[in-house]
Write a protein that binds this ligand. Structure first.
Ligand code: TYD
Ligand code: MG
Length: 448
């Protein structure tokens, strides 16, 4: 019996080693090496393709043929499915990936033939889901299949313009002994699909489940193989979902699509600011801040509650805002504004369960804390934004004009913003909103 050559492969990033190791030297994950048969398949497949000829850069045709889907998805993709692109959509189980892609397949099938392959649900289940979503199209074909070879033969026979494979972790190729979902299967199947996409011009969308740590289950190698990586995010107890581009060879990674999960599938949110501000509190500690989500400004509500502390060490809790950032702003308020919070618990929250990472919310956080500590309500038609430095100085933030326009559009009348942002805006701002330039964080205390 011939002894098979084996290698140890990290199931997270695909790193190969002749020996077992406890920790992957590449991605630092622990206990991720699994012994697999060494295979030379990738190389022989490559040698089968016809040799390429160099061409002049000027003569390369650049007309992109895109298949439009629907607005929010197209926004993230940069204008629809690019022909021949391999796209990966990642997300936690239950977030709505299958729903999104069945709806996207249906939308793309308006003009072209589309194949939706599910390895997880039978044709009947997919049909029932489609019925619930109100989908009906003569151009949409569905299949329940997990063998890559059979899927490829379907694709060659049907020649759809786009195909969805739900999910990459269910695919297997019989040449390899490993189970579906293992790094070898995922990498080889994705590699073969990538070659098929480029040769045939078919757009293929792969669904990938995400692990607890937030990466696509199994290999990170997948992110290198595909052209576009999108992540679908959302909390189970919230109805909205965000679609973000993490990598995009055909467009910007700055765009975010916003959807709402309803009884009849995902609906594009026309007015996201309205969604996040609905049922807004009119009590002290509430401030509205225009934050950037992709390249769009959205209005969100920051809430603070300052209450007397009954324990030795005052409690500080933040939901949706970085706790260290909160600690820094509280320290600045103590030192620069003389606000004594040593005997108070402070709770911060971004309404609607959103997470805000940009420092432009600092001024709103400071104002919300002061408003709650003094129990003074901030007028409902004000918005605030600006980064706060350790000296209490309020620093300029990018895209101030977008933020002001969005606030004015929703009907806000007054904006407090960094003075350095103000000067360039006075001429271009909408008439309905007044601007108040702030240099030092203590100035907000004089305004309410
Ligand atoms: P699904 O698309 O199956 O998620 P994934 O493929 O990412 O695992 O969606 C699962 C959830 O979406 C499920 O908990 C129910 C909810 N849902 C709705 O609220 N409305 C609908 O119309 C559909 C189809 C699903
Ligand atoms: Mg699914």
């Amino acid at each position: 019996m011939s002894s098979l050559k084996t290698v140890f492969i990290c199931q997270n990033c695909g790193n190969q080693n002749p020996k077992w190791q406890g920790k992957c030297p590449d991605c630092d994950s622990w206990n991720s090496f699994v012994e697999e048969e060494a295979s030379g398949h990738s190389l022989h497949v490559l040698s089968e393709t016809s040799p390429s000829e160099p061409v002049l850069l000027d003569q390369v045709l650049t007309v992109e043929d895109r298949i439009p889907t629907f607005k929010e998805l197209d926004r993230v993709l940069g204008g629809g499915f690019v022909q021949g692109a391999l796209i990966l959509v990642g997300g936690a189980p239950g977030v709505g990936k299958s729903t999104l892609l069945l709806q996207a397949s249906h939308a793309a099938a308006r003009e072209k033939k589309v194949l939706y392959v599910s390895g997880e649900e039978s044709e009947r289940q997919t049909k029932l889901r489609g019925e619930r979503l109100g989908l009906k199209s003569p151009n949409l074909l569905i299949a329940h299949e997990i063998s890559l070879d059979i899927i490829l033969s379907h694709l060659k026979k049907i020649k759809p313009a786009a195909a969805v494979i739900d999910s990459i972790q269910t695919l297997y190729k019989s040449d390899y002994n490993q189970a579906p979902g293992s790094v070898t299967q995922v990498r080889e199947c994705a590699g073969e699909l990538q070659r098929f996409c480029k040769q045939s011009g078919t757009t293929i969308v792969l669904v990938g489940h995400i692990t607890k740590e937030g990466s696509i289950a199994g290999p990170r190698v997948l992110e290198h193989i595909v052209d576009v990586v999108l992540y679908f995010e959302g909390e189970n107890h919230q109805s909205y979902r965000l679609l973000r581009a993490f990598k995009n060879r055909f467009g910007s990674t700055q765009e975010t699509g916003i959807f709402e999960m309803t009884g009849c599938g995902l609906v594009e949110v026309q007015n996201p600011s309205g969604l996040f501000l609905q049922s807004r509190a009119d009590s002290s500690g509430s401030v509205v801040v225009p934050v950037l989500e992709g390249q769009r400004a959205l209005l969100m509500e920051v809430q603070a509650l300052v209450s007397r502390s009954w324990y030795g060490i005052p409690k500080r809790t933040a939901a949706g805002i970085d706790l260290n950032r909160m600690a820094m702003i509280l320290a600045v308020l103590e030192k620069r504004c003389g606000l004594n919070l040593g005997q108070s618990d402070v709770y911060l929250n971004v309404a609607g369960g959103m997470k805000i990472k940009e420092p432009a919310i600092d001024l709103a956080v400071a104002a919300a804390v002061v408003s709650s500590a003094k129990d003074q309500v901030i007028p409902q038609e004000w918005v605030m934004f600006g980064e706060v430095g350790l000296g209490g100085e309020v620093r300029a933030v990018p895209y101030a004009d977008e933020r002001i326009k969005e606030a004015a559009r929703i009907g806000f009348k007054k904006a407090f913003l960094p003075k350095t942002n103000c000067s360039s805006l006075f001429n271009s701002k909408p008439d309905s909103i007044a601007l108040v330039g702030i240099e030092k964080v203590q100035e907000i205390l004089c305004n309410f």
